[in-house]
Design a binder for this molecule. Structure first.
Ligand SMILES: [Zn+2]
Ligand SMILES: [Zn+2]
Length: 565
């Protein structure tokens, strides 16, 4: 994805937020958000070509984007930034707190930050505020705490984008370069980016001159730390070539993993540190991570498994599972087009899927109960006909026509079974009534699993990182129902979802559940997101066999139609 597109999308999103906060017209807010999404998802590089060719970008938006590309900002954005305090904007990150409430809280109670909101709630100053009942206040307090806990951290999509840019900028001047830390372990929330390089010191001076380095935190001879515009800290560290493996191991593993590894080294009479693996004073080969794991008598442990959750013992016994790789995926079972809220037409999504060499690809636009998507059965059927016509052009890929259903508050979905039977794949997701209590929510998911036409439960926890916490359900009961009914749980790879998260994937696997690692792509570029979903799957020790979209088409077909008579 071209960097200028990301920058423009970010600025337009911020503008839309501020515009909403200042009481702006909801229709225009939506058109800014839509344009931001279209620009972010477009393969057309707006730094070199006209932004107007992106669908949904009219004159007014184009001139703002051009201002941004020329001067780094545009006047309307600056004006709103002055009017709305930063803290009020942060308020809208609290789940269930919309722009209207944020502005009211600011104007009537002087609440200008999440901290101020938390204080006011705890002191009872909002007990008589209009529209804030006891339940809402309790939810807000929970939300504020969640936001505070996430402060300074970003989801993996933001972090990986930034890390890719850093690595790209270093590669020409470095003999070796790699990300390390929690990002290399593919955690869903990232507090900072660690990069290691084998290079001479001039590389570090170059880091300080990069556009992403907006603030220098520290600069030493072997390490620099800078802060980026998103507030993320990036550390770049030089390591000697002969200790590359040891350094990479040390700066990648979690504390628990590294402690176990060092203890194991000690038991064998070695010492292990970032400087290398040593027998007394004598250095052992440490230029590659693999050498270190091998020397310690362990199977190689993939970075995503290095959390101190039993992987060292398993590797010692030679019982480490072969975790799924991106290359194992044969298709994608969840994607959208511009028929609903995607930005690319059907033909472009299908062509992009074919470019990836998929054996099958499912288009699953939203269903009618998500009213704002304006879907109808007629439209769905027309799309199916269109897809059928396209099939001839793709002899090596099966085009599946699916739908993303809405699981209603009682567990029912949009259409009756006989209509659902027309679809090749039914993903069913919760898109409303997030605050249901645990029992109702659990029953809701179980009812959806018991629907014989539902194949996959989409983004099950329904969290949106930084915006909305997970719903409350008895997941053990839900997973038992999924295993019993042969319903797959999704690992939605969209990085602000990352849903299911790895801990829930683990427990679902324990109950015998199968998974679908899907992109939930709303644009061509989003198809790449599956790498994040694979990261989650690896962190939960899933093998390819646990994931239905690694299966050959015939086997997948049996799974999809298995419960129909
Ligand atoms: Zn959805
Ligand atoms: Zn979706």
């Amino acid at each position: 994805m071209p960097r200028a597109n990301d920058e423009a999308a970010e600025a337009l999103e911020e503008y839309a937020d501020l515009y909403a906060l200042s009481g702006g017209d909801a229709f225009r807010v939506r058109s800014y958000r839509k344009a931001a999404k279209a620009i972010r998802g477009s393969t057309h590089d707006i730094a070199v070509g006209d932004v107007r060719v992106v669908p949904g970008v009219g004159q007014a938006i184009a001139s703002k984007v051009e201002g941004l590309l020329a001067h780094g900002t545009f006047p309307q954005l600056e004006k709103l930034r002055d009017q709305v305090p930063e803290g009020v904007r942060e308020l809208t990150r609290v789940p269930s707190l919309g722009p209207k409430t944020a502005v009211t809280l600011y104007r009537e109670y002087g609440i200008d930050s999440p901290e101020a909101l938390s204080e006011a709630l705890r002191e009872g100053r909002l007990d008589r505020a209009k529209g804030l009942g006891a339940k809402t206040r309790a939810n807000l307090l929970k939300g504020v705490d969640a936001v505070s806990a996430q402060r300074g951290r970003v989801h993996i999509g933001v972090a990986m984008n930034l890390a890719d840019a850093v690595v790209r900028s270093l590669r020409p001047g470095a003999e070796r370069v790699s990300i390390a830390g929690s990002l290399r372990r593919m955690k869903d929330l990232i507090g900072g980016i660690d990069v290691l390089a084998v290079a001479d010191e001039s590389l570090l001076e170059m880091v300080l001159r990069q556009p992403y380095a907006t603030e220098v935190i520290s600069a030493e001879s072997h390490k620099v730390a800078v802060r980026t515009r998103d507030g993320i800290q990036v550390d770049v560290r030089l390591v000697p070539a002969q200790a590359w493996g040891a350094a990479l191991q040390c700066f990648t593993g979690s504390e628990d993993h590294n402690t176990e590894l060092r203890r194991l080294a000690m038991e064998q009479g070695y010492t292990l540190s970032e400087h290398g693996l040593f027998a007394g004073d004598e250095p052992l080969p440490s230029s590659d991570e693999a050498e270190i794991y091998a020397q310690l008598g362990l199977q190689f442990i993939p970075p995503t498994m290095r959390e101190g959750r039993g992987e060292v013992a398993a590797a010692r016994r030679g019982e480490l599972p072969m975790v799924i790789e991106v290359a194992d995926l044969l298709g994608d079972l969840h994607s959208h087009t511009d028929l609903t809220d995607g930005v690319a037409p059907l033909g472009e999504m299908v062509a992009a899927a074919a470019d990836r060499g998929y054996e099958y690809f499912a288009v699953t636009d939203h269903a009618p109960d998500l009213v704002m998507q304006r879907m109808t059965l007629e439209k769905a059927r027309a799309q199916r006909d269109e897809l059928k016509l396209m099939q001839d052009g793709y002899p090596d890929m099966v085009l599946l026509h699916g739908t993303e259903l809405n699981i209603g508050p009682d567990g029912a979905v949009d259409w009756p079974e006989e209509v659902l039977r027309e679809f090749d794949v039914c993903v069913a997701s919760v898109h409303s009534h997030f605050a249901q209590d645990r029992d109702d929510m659990t029953r809701r998911f179980i009812t959806a699993c018991e629907n014989p036409e539902v194949n996959v439960i989409g983004h099950p926890s329904t969290r949106k990182i930084g915006k909305r916490g997970p719903v409350d359900a008895d997941w053990d009961e839900v997973f038992k129902a999924a295993a019993r009914t042969g319903t797959a749980m999704e690992i939605d790879s969209f990085p602000d979802r990352s849903d299911l998260p790895d801990d829930l994937v683990r427990s679902a696997k324990y109950h015998g559940v199968k998974f679908a690692v899907d992109s939930d792509a709303h644009a061509v570029a989003d198809l790449d997101f599956q790498r994040f979903g694979v990261g989650i799957a690896q962190r939960a020790w899933l093998t390819a066999d646990d994931v239905v979209n690694t299966w050959p088409y015939e086997r997948l077909c049996r799974f999809l139609s298995g419960r129909r008579r």
